[in-house]
Design a protein around this ligand. Structure first.
Ligand SMILES: [Zn+2]
Length: 294
């Protein structure tokens, strides 16, 4: 199992095999390609683009796909996924990244906001023309976008997924079997403020390894302020390392945050004895590797 980082800064950290860099954010900020890294592109969540042209927002009968619309319970503001000008803009950006010396591109938030979106006149017209039912049409729309993005990327191509193994297709238009054809791996974020309670991480890791038809990379949050929380995070990584994951990624603020996690693991003899005692061989190897550096 590889261990990697998800970061907001384009700096590699020793002791990690895979670096994912947020090159386009949900607030609309766009950054130059991070060389040698997997560049993560937030696709249809773009608060800045919606501020500049409110007409591009996805809509439902309960209002627009905006955080301030409390009927929708959304974490981000979503652009309508069939808006041709916006799609072209994002695809051009993906192509520009691919022309750089990067490891690859990961798509993030490239789906519908939820089941009741989008009922703008263009989407309703496209749906009627398709002859498909609502779920099928929305899934086909998203799969086609993934296919178009994939055609512009020569390097490793991956997608993040909303971590719902049951209703992803009905709610977001994510047909994970169809999307699997186009991706090298699935990146599954299981974000949390802490992993003091972690059975759900283990459960979802198993579900996705068993159900997805491509390798699975799991992301856990590592911006932990206390020793107790870092300890719980590292034990969670140890437990999930027993499943057939391609990698575990740690979401950090910056490189210092990542080194802090490594040093905590290396210097914590109780934790290392616990790994030995319960035979977490893969995690022991990772911490032994960190001990050569930190
Ligand atoms: Zn629409």
């Amino acid at each position: 199992m590889k261990v990697g980082l998800v970061t907001y800064t384009p700096e590699k950290v020793e002791g990690f095999d895979l670096h994912v860099y947020y090159s386009k954010w949900a607030d609309g900020q766009v950054f130059p390609a991070a060389k040698g890294m997997q560049n993560d592109v937030t696709v249809f969540c773009d608060a800045k683009a919606i501020r500049e042209d409110p007409n591009i927002v996805a809509v439902s009968n309960s209002g627009p796909a905006l955080r301030r619309n409390r009927k929708a319970n959304l974490a981000f503001d979503f652009v309508c996924p069939t808006n041709p000008e916006y799609r072209a803009k994002v695809l051009d950006y993906i192509e520009s990244l691919s022309k750089q010396n990067i490891m690859g591109v990961t798509l993030n938030l490239y789906h519908f906001p939820d089941e009741e979106f989008c009922v703008c006149p263009r989407c309703v017209e496209l749906w009627k023309q398709s002859g498909l039912n609502w779920t099928q049409w929305r899934a086909q729309t998203i799969t086609k976008f993934v296919q178009e993005a994939k055609a512009r990327v020569k390097q490793t191509f991956a997608v993040e997924i909303y971590p719902d193994p049951v209703l992803a297709k009905e709610r977001f238009g994510l047909d994970l079997n169809a999307i699997a054809e186009f991706v090298d791996y699935f990146h599954v974020p299981l974000s949390s403020r802490d992993y003091l309670t972690m059975y759900w991480v283990d459960m979802l890791a198993r579900d996705f390894v068993a159900s997805l038809k491509k390798p699975v990379v799991l992301e856990l949050s590592a911006e932990m302020p206390t020793d107790e929380k870092i300890d719980a995070l590292l034990k969670t990584v140890a437990y999930v390392s027993r499943h057939k994951l391609d990698a575990v990624l740690l979401l950090v603020h910056d490189s210092e945050n990542a080194k802090q996690i490594c040093r905590f693991a290396v210097q914590n003899s109780d934790f290392r004895e616990w790994l030995e005692k319960y035979k977490f061989e893969e995690m022991s190897r990772i911490v032994d590797d960190w001990a050569k550096i930190y």
